[in-house]
Design a protein around this ligand. Structure first.
Ligand SMILES: Nc1ncnc2c1ncn2[C@@H]1O[C@H](COP(=O)(O)OP(=O)(O)OP(=O)(O)O)[C@@H](O)[C@H]1O
Ligand SMILES: [Mg+2]
Length: 272
């Protein structure tokens, strides 16, 4: 693990630009992610979220601007950046024919880590996959696969992780399972940058939210700060109606759901 004991942010992005031929996707993107925090990069389809994540994780070159990750420059210190991060892409990278445990052992071996079996068992435990560990991934639910995918990206304990749309395509229960795994990561000090199109995901998980729109970050702040951007709503006394998600989850009756709902909000600034 390559960590620098400094107070500088884990990720610093300044003036980032990227075009695909005539298509200007990023037109000067600026944001920071503090160490040990979760930033949600929010944007519609095609806003440039994956493009930004690819540049931050050294898979793609920027046209202009600077990006520092764990204190290293992505353009000139790509190897150090790669040692500091892991990336879970938009589409799961697990091997269906192997078991969950075999997938984890494989990654640990590829990274030349000692004791791959123990690393695999620890991660299975952290992601509540111990019981399913010996089963082929082809039998896993979408939420389990996604959790395994995230677990695989944590082999070797990188201090910074990128999650590109970690819950797209999952049902509400699967999303809650992934949210819980991500919250635990941040609680243990990992810096998380996640992209999402879901407002509720950003509300649930992020310490800060940055909205990418037309190539720029148009707002960046805590949920409470973002809410203050709108004038206060008129006070009306109405019964609070459950959301469709409340109804769905009550009927499906997931234990994990109740555990998550009962958990207090992570930040004091979160006014929900
Ligand atoms: N390799 C490429 N060549 C040309 N255009 C590309 C390429 N990759 C992405 N684009 C275009 O750049 C824009 C931004 O794409 P990107 O994948 O970064 O968006 P996104 O915010 O991740 O979207 P989504 O929510 O659908 O994942 C889109 O219009 C996309 O079609
Ligand atoms: Mg994308």
């Amino acid at each position: 693990m390559t960590t620098r004991p400094t107070t500088e942010p884990a990720i610093r992005v300044r003036g980032l630009k990227k075009s695909y031929k005539a298509l200007e996707v990023l037109r000067g993107v600026d944001f920071d992610v503090a160490r040990g925090s979760i930033l949600a990069l929010l944007g519609s389809n095609g806003a440039g979220k994956t493009t930004a994540v690819k540049i931050l994780s050294t898979l793609l070159k920027a046209d202009a601007g600077t990006v520092g990750v764990n204190g290293f420059d992505v353009a000139t210190q790509a190897a150090e950046v790669r040692e500091s991060i892991s990336l879970t892409g938009q589409f799961a990278a697990v091997d269906e024919i192997l078991s969950g445990r075999e997938n984890l052992v494989l990654v640990a071996r590829l990274r030349h880590l000692e004791n791959p079996g123990r690393i695999a068992d620890d991660l299975l435990d952290r992601f509540s996959l111990t019981d399913a560990g010996a089963r082929k991934v082809s039998t896993y639910s979408g939420g389990m696969r996604r959790r395994l995918d995230i677990a695989m990206s944590l082999v070797g304990n990188p201090p910074i992780i990128f999650l590109d749309e970690p819950t797209t395509g999952l049902d509400p229960q699967g999303r809650i399972e992934v949210w819980r795994a991500v919250k635990e990561l941040a609680d243990q000090g990992t810096t998380v940058l996640l992209t999402t199109q879901y407002l509720d995901e950003a509300e649930q998980l992020a310490d800060r939210i940055a909205i990418l729109h037309e190539g720029r970050i148009i707002v960046d702040g805590t949920l409470a700060e973002l809410k203050r951007l709108l004038p206060p709503a008129e006070v009306e006394y109405v019964e609070k109606q459950p959301t469709l998600e409340d109804v769905f989850l009550a009927l499906v009756g997931a234990d994990s759901t109740q555990a998550t709902a009962a958990k207090p909000a992570r930040t004091s600034e979160d006014s929900r």
